[in-house]
Write a protein that binds this ligand. Structure first.
Ligand code: AMP
Length: 283
């Protein structure tokens, strides 16, 4: 049985009760509309901790586009059914009032050292302020030993890693590989909004990233990105950015040799849906 808790106070009390017994706590924050990517995180946490908590909360403060927020799938009962086989312990499904008792502005001032100004941050102003705000608040409530996030949202976990370190939060971030659909498209709740045809063709995004990785020693960064953008600029796909960045600083790299951690990141529009993906080119 999974216990569903809506109150922040009740959740914290349950966590403290279990911690006092010496149990370890694993935490998987999500916005629901769960797919195999989320389930993989939940299973890993289950394996590595005594108690696993999955949160389901569509955080309004990270949506720069109100239409995107309105369209986001909400299906708590369906999500709980998907989690049942994982045998996790608790679903934390709070209301916005539980998460933001002092209003949605409170806690937005976390210093992200400019990591939120590149890539996603550039095209989705305010997005990472909202992400950092909600993850900080959830970590305060859940107090997990381990926090599980996906490689798919590369900039997101990099920013959360920075926040954990600079604020001295006592949790260990565990990053899990991106889970993909049959044709290579990174799983995402938004994929449901693609047509069947687009979804089948969208493997081109990951293939493009793989080609960049394969050719990393043969071509310049300018050539790699130019060729990649050309490959992705075929309707219904429309790339928003494709860039190779330093994996720590998130700044664009000009020469792969001079950086020891290089990640290729991409955002592509298709059928009015924004898809993101990334690949570690060098580490
Ligand atoms: P979301 O509900 O989309 O905000 O995602 C919740 C968590 O699941 C984040 O840490 C994501 O990075 C992770 N996640 C989403 N999609 C995938 C995927 N395809 N593979 C692995 N992790 C994922």
């Amino acid at each position: 049985m999974i216990r569903v808790i809506q109150s922040a106070k009740e959740l914290s009390d349950v966590v403290i009760f279990n911690r006092d017994k010496g149990y370890s706590i694993g935490f998987v924050p999500t916005m629901g509309a769960l797919h195999e990517g989320h389930i993989t995180l939940a299973k890993k946490s289950k394996r590595e901790n005594d108690i696993t908590i999955v949160s389901i909360f569509v955080n309004p403060t990270q949506f720069n586009d109100k239409k995107d927020l309105d369209k986001y799938t909400r299906d708590l009962d369906g999500d709980i059914l998907k989690l049942l086989p994982t045998e996790i312990d608790i679903v934390f499904a709070p209301t916005a009032a539980e998460v933001y008792p002092d209003g949605e502005q409170a806690g937005q001032e976390i210093d992200l050292a400019g990591l939120d100004t590149y890539m996603e941050g550039k095209f989705r102003p305010g997005h990472f302020k909202g992400v950092a705000q909600v993850v900080k608040r959830l970590l305060d409530i859940v107090m997990p030993d381990k926090l599980y996030m996906g490689q798919k949202d590369f900039q997101q976990f990099t920013i959360i890693d920075h926040m954990i370190k600079t604020l001295g939060i006592k949790t260990t971030l565990v990053v899990c590989p991106t889970i993909r659909e049959e044709h290579g498209l990174a799983m995402s709740s938004r994929n449901e909004r693609l047509t069947k045809e687009t979804r089948a063709k969208a493997g081109i995004i990951y293939k493009t990233l793989q080609t960049i990785k394969r050719n990393k020693s043969k071509k310049s960064i300018a050539e790699l990105t130019e060729n990649g953008l050309k490959k992705l600029n075929i309707p219904p796909f429309e790339p928003e950015y494709l860039t190779l960045v330093d994996g720590y600083k998130l700044t664009p790299v000009t020469d792969i040799e001079t950086s020891d951690y290089v990640v290729a990141c991409v955002a592509v529009w298709a059928d009015g849906v924004r898809l993101i993906d990334n690949i570690i080119v060098k580490k």
